[in-house]
Structures are given as structure tokens and as C-alpha cells.
Design a protein around this ligand. Structure first.
Ligand SMILES: Nc1ncnc2c1ncn2[C@@H]1O[C@H](COP(=O)(O)OP(=O)(O)OP(=O)(O)O)[C@@H](O)[C@H]1O
Length: 254
């Protein structure tokens, strides 16, 4: 299968702290790759290097075979094809903006003809319905919504540019368990419909198992194990992976 995103030996140092150390993995088109590890293991730092917030100290990140970083500068040319959904919809959605503005904001990086077409009322209404919201929600502000609805708004915003790839950074960790399942199922259905590729970042092994085809286990900035979800959960090799698994309620200890 075609490789969409390739992470090659990336590292990141803050002061003299090595947050990410020589990390490599690949995302194949249409799959969900999970990145799991406890708080502080470097998950968000890797996400930030992919989306252009931090330059890697070393290594390469290639999207559709194009380098995203060249000599410390981020290449935003293909940025509409990559989107992100963050953990906390409370702080990632601007409270002063209407839902309409929030959702259409990513279009500004696209050519005006596409922007004009995509922001047509009919398209917006269809997109709202697809993520489980309603037309009348378009002119409200984020604080008028529940956590689950806010995350649906963030998903609509991610979908507006017709991306190939969505980086999901703990997308349901701030939600109640029942709402969490609904949002995860929505993400799964959207992936099927649109052939999306996901990088799914989480510290929650159960969610990773439910969502991912393959998993990379991150420990203190290092990938200690990569495998199919089945291999990671049924025959983990690294002691740290075993430790993560033993912390899941109801999981057999290895
Ligand atoms: N801008 C920064 N300056 C200094 N240290 C940082 C910075 N960003 C992250 N770190 C450190 O790098 C390490 C990795 O952080 P990171 O946020 O990537 O971890 P994480 O696995 O995403 O954790 P969490 O799940 O808590 O978000 C942490 O020890 C953190 O304190």
C-alpha cells in the first residue's frame, strides 16, 4: 500500500532535554496508526513537528513524498491535505467566532475558487449534518455546545478542505465515555467514506485498540515497539508495552 506520511529518524531537544529521540514510522494510505505512551513521552512534540509548530532537530518528515521541513522552514503548500483535531475543544475553538467562521477558517489557505465553492451554504449544511450537527448551529458560538458537539465542530473544520490525512491528538480524552464512543464511531465512518488516513495519538490503550490498524509505543521519546494492533495487544515484546497493557482493566497480564 502507498505510504502517505513518512517519519524518518526525527529528534527534538528542548534545552538539554531530549523530548523525541530518533523516531521513525510510516503511515499507509487509509490506515489508522496509533501513537501510544504515557504523559510526557513525546506524543504531542511529534505531532507538533508534523503540523509545523516545531522544527525537528534531526531527521525528515515526508508527506506524499515531499519533505515538510527544509532547512528549518515548514512547507505549507499541501497543508489543506493535512488537518488536525486537538484534545480539548474548549480551548481549540475560538469562543468569539461563530461555528460558521470556525469551520470555514481552514479554507483561507486554499485558492479562492475552491474557498468560494466549499463555503456555499448547501455544502456547509451537508457537512454539519454529516458530523451530527444542525444548520441552525452555524450561527452560534462554541460555548453554546456540549463537549461532544464541540468536538464534532472541530471534526467539521478538519473536513472542510477535503484532507487526505487527519492528525487526531487525544480527540476524545476530554469527553465522557458514552460521548467518546459516538465520536470514535463518527471518525471511523468518515474514514471509510472518505478514505482518510489517521495518526491517532492517545494514552488510552482501549481506545487505541478500538481505532488503530498499527501501533507505535513511545517511551521517553523513543519508539520501543511497532506492530499491528493484534501483535501489540496479543504478543507484546517490550516490557513497557506489557506494562501499559497490564494497566487496562480486565486485560490479562503478560
Ligand atoms: N516547548 C517545550 N519546552 C520545553 N519542554 C517541552 C516543550 N514541549 C514539551 N516539552 C517536554 O517534552 C516532553 C514531551 O512532551 P509532550 O507534550 O510531547 O508529551 P506527551 O506524550 O504528548 O504528553 P501529554 O500526553 O501529557 O501531552 C515533556 O517532558 C515536556 O515537558
Amino acid at each position: 500500500m502507498e505510504t502517505l506520511l513518512q517519519i524518518q529518524n526525527i529528534s527534538k531537544v528542548f534545552g538539554n532535554f531530549q523530548a523525541v529521540n530518533n523516531v521513525s514510522f510510516k503511515l499507509k494510505k487509509g490506515e489508522t496508526f496509533g501513537l501510544v505512551g504515557e504523559s510526557g513521552s513525546g506524543k504531542t512534540t511529534i505531532a507538533n513537528m508534523i503540523i509545523g509548530i516545531h522544527a525537528p532537530a534531526d531527521g525528515k518528515i515526508k508527506f506524499q513524498n515531499q519533505s515538510l521541513w527544509e532547512r528549518g522552514k515548514y512547507n505549507r503548500k499541501e497543508h489543506g491535505k493535512m488537518q488536525i483535531v486537538f484534545q480539548d475543544p474548549q480551548s481549540s475553538l475560538d469562543p468569539r467566532m461563530t461555528v460558521r467562521k470556525i469551520i470555514t477558517e481552514p479554507l483561507f489557505i486554499l485558492p479562492s475558487s475552491i474557498k468560494k465553492y466549499k463555503s456555499k451554504e448547501e455544502n456547509l449544511v451537508n457537512l454539519m449534518k454529516r458530523v451530527g450537527l444542525q444548520e441552525e448551529h452555524l450561527d452560534r458560538n462554541p460555548h453554546e455546545f456540549s463537549g461532544g458537539q464541540r468536538q464534532r465542530i472541530a471534526i467539521a473544520r478538519a473536513l472542510i478542505t477535503d484532507p487526505e490525512f487527519i492528525l487526531l491528538d487525544e480527540p476524545t480524552s476530554a469527553l465522557d465515555v458514552s460521548v467518546q464512543a459516538q465520536v470514535l464511531n463518527l471518525l471511523k465512518d468518515l474514514q471509510q467514506e472518505k478514505g482518510l488516513t489517521y495518526l491517532f495519538i492517545s494514552h488510552n490503550m482501549s481506545v487505541i485498540r478500538y481505532m488503530c490498524n498499527r501501533v507505535g509505543v513511545l517511551y521517553k521519546g523513543n519508539i520501543v515497539e511497532i506492530g499491528t494492533t493484534k501483535d501489540i495487544f496479543e504478543s507484546p515484546k517490550h516490557p513497557y508495552t506489557k506494562k501499559l497493557l497490564s494497566s487496562i482493566p480486565g486485560m490479562q497480564k503478560n
